[in-house]
Design a protein around this ligand. Structure first.
Ligand SMILES: Cc1cc2nc3c(=O)[nH]c(=O)nc-3n(C[C@H](O)[C@H](O)[C@H](O)COP(=O)(O)OP(=O)(O)OC[C@H]3O[C@@H](n4cnc5c(N)ncnc54)[C@H](O)[C@@H]3O)c2cc1C
Length: 440
């Protein structure tokens, strides 16, 4: 291997995008190393007994024009756009409202709608007086939407997905992830269900065939120097070498790192104490995917449904057959549920499947007469970065030190951000552009 080559660790969307950008710019001295036998990382799809499940259901959407063009180009005629049918189930009232809650209060009991609108008016007044200065996520929810919307849904849901109290989190990640309709729209959605959809996912894309995996597969097919089933075990600094589990040692000029940042101490033996402490301070949760195959066609017309009440172990379920009929055998349906866990809320694997099936019956999504012909579980850990109050400081300490050592951290777990697929692709491309700029 040449002494001045760049090494990309991880063949997920971020690593592949970095590689593709280097290659497109005519650079040839680089190699990608991926531990799995298939590229794609989190954006892969597993096939079990004729059913297809993503590693947590994945839908595509972006406001990044270049990445949108790339995605469309990669998927070609397999690209399929559709309008979102996403809902929130309210078990206490046995009814569904459209997602997002705050924009579709219509149909809820009048007392709840009144609470939400009164809270909203209070919040709007405070905002007008310049009294909206949140210091954490809970204060942001209360200050932006008011106590009614916060207490009835947003806070219970936040606790469920993040596994920690929202007053221990910052809100820098919100961006377009939490839809923020203005108050006229919220009032409109309380008075009528004849209102437009809001939020980044109002229209989303998926494939016609193959789940989400055709996306990274198509990108990988364009990348030349992709080495699969190669697991990095050490990064030697300042020698600038990567050691692999088969003993091979590969020198690097620059390293693109898309592996989880909290695992950096496993790779680098001589981390400065401050950097090590910052890595140890990073917080995350995991997702336990419980995927079910059901011997009944079209069990629901919805794409996905949110659950904020404690009776449900999961915070969300998706109906993959409505993303694409190709995800289920003919005449069948599937349900992909996601259960959040962390060191703050450990997962009880012995009971969670049974509780999930009972909860699906309580929600009347399946009945005792249904045959569940497949139960398949998958553990993703880490799955979501938790934005605790030290997140930004810790990430910056680590990023600064990595850059001093010619290492670019990229992707959802490399940059340690709440990145979707498009952000991860952009992140890899950004690193490649910075590296190319250094060579000019
Ligand atoms: C449950 C869940 C649902 C999601 N849903 C959506 C969605 O609906 N829409 C959306 O846009 N995004 C979604 N995402 C986010 C999306 O999956 C990520 O942003 C994106 O796939 C991350 O790509 P990446 O390359 O940054 O990381 P990864 O996909 O994690 O890639 C890192 C790669 O590094 C490899 N690797 C790890 N260790 C080593 C090693 N020691 N040596 C060599 N290789 C190694 C891994 O095998 C992996 O392939 C979701 C994520 C999760 C967890």
């Amino acid at each position: 291997m040449p002494e001045r080559q760049d090494v990309i660790l991880g063949g997920g969307l971020a690593g592949l995008s970095a590689a593709y950008s280097l290659q497109s710019a005519g650079q040839s001295e680089w190699q990608v190393f991926e531990r799995n036998k298939n590229p794609g990382g989190l954006a892969r799809t597993m096939e079990v007994d004729g059913y297809r499940f993503d590693y947590g259901p994945h839908i595509l959407f972006t406001i990044d024009e270049e990445i949108r063009e790339l995605i469309q180009d990669l998927l070609g005629e397999n690209f399929h756009a559709q309008d979102r049918e996403a809902y929130i189930y309210h078990h206490a009232h046995d009814l569904y409202t459209r997602f997002p809650f705050q924009a579709h209060l219509h149909g809820l009991p009048t007392s709840i709608v009144a609470d939400c609108l009164n809270g909203l008016m209070g919040a709007v007044e405070k905002q007008a007086r310049g009294e909206f200065n949140p210091t954490n996520y809970e204060e942001w929810m209360r200050g932006f939407f008011g106590d009614g919307i916060a207490d009835h849904l947003m806070i219970p849901y936040a606790k469920k997905i993040w596994t920690i109290e929202p007053d221990l989190m910052d809100f820098s990640w919100i961006g377009r992830r939490v839809p923020t309709p203005n108050y006229e729209r919220i009032i409109g959605g309380a008075l009528s269900d004849e209102v437009d959809q809001v939020g980044a996912t109002a229209q989303f894309w998926y494939t016609k065939r193959g789940g989400i995996e055709p996306l990274p597969r198509a990108l990988a097919a364009r990348v030349q120097n992709l080495n699969l089933e190669r697991t990095a075990v050490k990064i030697e600094l300042p020698a600038k070498r990567v050691v692999f589990d088969d003993g091979e040692v590969v020198p690097f000029h620059r390293l693109v790192y898309s592996l989880p940042l909290p695992f950096l101490p496993r790779f680098v033996d001589n981390l400065p104490p401050g950097v090590r402490a910052a890595c140890e301070g990073l917080e995350y949760q995991g997702i336990y995917c419980i995927n079910l195959g059901i011997d009944r066609e079209q069990i629901s017309d919805k794409h996905w449904i949110y659950y904020y009440e404690d009776v449900f172990p999961f915070h969300r379920l998706s109906l993959p057959a409505n993303f694409s009929p190709d995800t289920v055998p003919p005449g069948k349906s599937s349900i992909a549920t996601e259960v959040a866990f962390s060191k703050y809320r450990p997962l009880d694997k012995d009971t969670v499947v049974e509780k999930t099936i009972d909860a699906l019956k309580a929600a009347r999504l399946i009945t005792d007469d249904d045959t569940i012909e497949l139960v398949h579980t998958e553990e993703i850990f880490p799955a979501y970065v938790i934005y605790d109050l030290n997140h930004a400081t810790n990430v910056e300490i680590i990023r600064g030190w990595l850059r001093e050592n010619d290492i670019w951290n990229v992707g959802r777990f490399g940059e340690w951000q709440y990145f979707n697929m498009d952000h991860s692709m952009r992140s890899g491309r950004r690193a490649a552009e910075e590296i190319l700029a250094l060579d000019r």
